[in-house]
Design a protein around this ligand. Structure first.
Ligand code: IVH
Length: 694
């Protein structure tokens, strides 16, 4: 840990806490920020607190703003995109982007090895093996240490110039010290990915907005690369792996860097330049046998990776041998992809059922001829709404391509019109609720048809199922089937009914023994202590998913606090826009919803939660601060950042929750108020600095 950047960071942080940094510090600031971005985005092992990074970033931003000639295109501040892209110009790759030949089993690999030995005349070949990342391919050009172009694959010869979007990918450095390795220009290949977890959240957000989800993280990544608004690209948090150097020119007077004699060396060089290359995943083997074992072993780990891979890539390690072996017009002869078991399959769409959800939304569900994908049998898949059916041109009797990407819910990728026989039928969407027969309605901007009957039995049951579900109140052993049974028997008319069950009556029903009733009673009782965000999610407020529920819970201590929040107030909270805010606001204006919450509280649910403090492991974790008046040396923002960096929380007013009031000159009313609460400690700046150990 003797990196000079660490010492430099301390120096800059100490100085920035006391006075503004000077323009002669711009270069040092940039280097330090790049160093910490690499720690964060590539190594996933940050060395400073977010607040400290932000403090330094803001200083750089200010200095560049005050001294425009000092701005460089590869500065950490220059990812921020301001303009929409009108079109993506077509650009030619320096070297064509080829595809890979595929293999599916050990025999295919043995065959590949045999051909490779024939072509090279060698007895044993050294191979380098790495994951085959399942995203959208990109080609990047760096010149004089700067990222100058990022392009999609296109037809392999020409692609779309998507540089503004590529600049938003935090794991791609804008600056890479090629010159230190004697390189002037570098063209590299890689794959843009969306993390499985980010993809899940992204799809969740799409569905909360009533939009159909995307089939897999690959489509999400490729689609994102083509967005016209780079700011939107930034929000989607794409990742990139780079795995191939397709072209480079040495600096005048320099020769080929030693690293560039093997593929393994190029992966290492890319890693040392600050890229996310498969440095940790790659393995070198003498001969094909080890390669086969490694490929098979890696397949078992596929699901535990945070991103999707669809196989492994085996490359002849020596670059001089690669050159000797050459390529066909389609793929190099020195590499092959080993494809994992497919997660796609084709099957027949047999019929469509229309299900009514808890918000009255009518969802078509495709019933399929059962088919196994990646070890799971799939027989029904949501097809979301009428528009989705039209867009995908789905018909009854169609052959459809379906995909199950890891732990992601299966989706229909497309129908296969070429396989039609002429007997396929149009899918007719009902105009009446299939359960209560009430006429369905559709709002203009929406794709979803809804049943507006609050008392529709389908909705009532679905509301209870949602409330009980794993991500909401998580009442174990209270499955869908039982909920439906109790509802039909009149024992469970609504959500409060969960806490008023007549266990004696249940005991007389078929399939309920003493043990199972006790178990159910126990988990229902335990759910009364669930944290607030679970209840908020369980209430089934439209557009409020788990993430929004957590945001809300951070801001309040009781669900009914939301009753008093204006739409404007709600929208000041993270990720709450007019639509989500509007829905929350409307929910809490509805008398019946207020009564529902009051009823739950009267039935013993612990709805009041303690005010939350940020969870950090800093020495001031759990302590709260407020700064007032002018401090003798520290800027207010710097002092706050210092407290936050140690885990402290900044409050906006004096209350019994406050631990420390730090006072400067002209402190005023806050000081007077704090003096009346004897649990608040009043500190000078010097005492504060001592407390935080600075
Ligand atoms: S090497 C000439 N390595 O898979 C070099 N490709 O199906 C050819 N891919 O077009 C590419 N991970 O987009 C290589 N570790 C990896 C890869 C990889 C994913 C993609 C790449 C290629 C496609 C072929």
């Amino acid at each position: 840990m003797s990196d000079p950047q660490i010492e430099q960071t301390r120096v800059l942080l100490r100085q920035a806490a006391q006075f503004p940094l000077g323009k002669e510090q711009v270069d040092a600031l940039r280097d330090v920020l790049r160093f910490h971005e690499h720690r964060y985005y590539i190594l996933h092992d940050p060395l400073i607190a977010d607040a400290e990074y932000d403090l330094l970033y803001k200083e750089l931003e200010r200095l560049e703003k005050e001294n425009p000639p000092l701005v460089r295109p590869d500065s950490p501040t220059q990812r921020v995109a301001r303009e929409l892209t009108s079109e993506f110009p077509t650009v030619k790759h320096l070297v064509p982007m080829l595809s890979l030949e595929n293999s599916y089993n050990a025999e295919d690999l043995l065959d590949f090895d045999r051909k490779a030995r024939e072509l090279t005349g060698l007895d044993t070949i050294e191979y380098c093996v790495e994951p085959k990342f399942d995203g959208g391919s990109i080609s990047l050009i760096y010149e004089n240490d700067r990222l100058t172009r990022g392009a999609t694959r296109g037809d392999g010869v020409e692609g779309d110039d998507v540089t503004p979007n590529v600049r938003q990918i935090r794991s791609l450095p804008l600056h890479a010290s090629l010159s230190e390795h004697g390189i002037q220009q570098l063209e590299i290949r890689g794959e843009v990915l969306m993390d499985k977890e980010k993809f899940r959240l992204y799809n969740e957000a799409l569905m909360e907005e009533g939009q159909p989800p995307l089939a897999n993280p690959r489509n999400a990544a490729s689609g994102t690369l083509r967005l016209k608004d780079p700011a939107q690209v930034a929000k989607r948090n794409l990742e990139a792996f780079v795995y191939h150097i397709s072209y480079y020119t040495p600096l005048p007077g320099k020769s080929t860097p030693n690293a560039l004699l093997t593929h393994e060396g190029s992966i290492e060089l890319l890693w040392n330049l600050g890229f996310r290359s498969p440095q940790r995943e790659k393995r070198v083997f003498q001969g094909i046998q080890g390669v086969i074992y490694y490929c098979q072993a890696f397949e078992t780990e596929r699901d535990s990776l945070p991103y999707e891979i669809d196989g492994m890539v085996i490359k002849v390690n020596e670059l001089s041998l690669q050159e000797k072996m050459g390529m066909t017009s389609h793929h190099p002869r020195w590499a092959i992809a080993f494809k994992f078991k497919a997660r796609q399959a084709t099957t027949q769409l047999v019929s469509v059922e229309f299900q009514v959800g808890r918000t009255g939304a009518v969802t078509p569900v495709a019933k399929l001829e059962p088919v196994a994908i990646g070890g799971v049998t799939v027989s029904s898949i949501s097809i979301h709404n009428e528009e989705y059916i039209r867009e995908k041109d789905l018909r009854l009797g169609d052959q459809v391509l379906i995909e199950r990407a890891g732990d992601v819910i299966p989706q229909i990728v497309k129908s296969l019109p070429d396989a039609r026989t002429g007997t396929e039928k149009k899918i007719v969407f009902p105009r009446q609720c299939p359960i209560c027969q009430q006429a369905l309605h559709k709002e203009e901007a929406e794709a979803v048809w809804r049943c507006g009957n609050w008392e529709c039995p389908a909705q009532a049951v679905e509301r209870i199922i949602h409330f009980v579900s794993k991500d909401a109140m998580d009442i174990r052993g209270f499955g869908e089937a039982n909920i439906r049974k109790f509802y039909e028997a009149g024992l469970l008319p609504d959500i409060p009914g969960i806490y008023q069950l007549d266990y004696e009556k249940i005991g007389t029903m078929e399939g309920f023994g003493k043990k199972s009733i006790e178990k159910l009673q126990h988990s229902i009782e335990a759910s009364k202590k669930q944290p607030l965000h679970r209840l908020l999610y369980g209430l089934g407020i439209r557009f409020v998913g788990e993430t929004t529920a957590k945001t809300l819970a951070r801001q309040i201590t009781h669900p009914l606090d939301l009753k008093d929040k204006s739409l404007e107030e709600l929208q000041q909270w993270e990720d709450i826009g007019p639509k989500v805010g509007g829905s929350i606001h409307q929910f809490f204006q509805e008398e019946s919803n207020i009564r529902l919450i009051e009823k739950l509280e009267s039935l013993g649910l612990a709805l009041k939660q303690e005010a939350k403090t940020k969870t950090t492991d800093g020495s001031l974790s759990g302590k709260s601060f407020l700064f007032t008046g002018t401090l003798p040396t520290l800027k207010r923002s710097a002092a706050e950042a210092m407290a936050e960096a140690k885990g402290g929380q900044i409050l906006s007013g004096v209350s019994a929750k406050l631990n420390y009031l730090v006072v400067g000159e002209d402190a005023g009313s806050k000081l007077e108020k704090a003096k009346k609460i004897n649990t608040i400690k009043i500190l000078s700046e010097a005492e504060f600095l001592e407390l935080i150990g600075s």
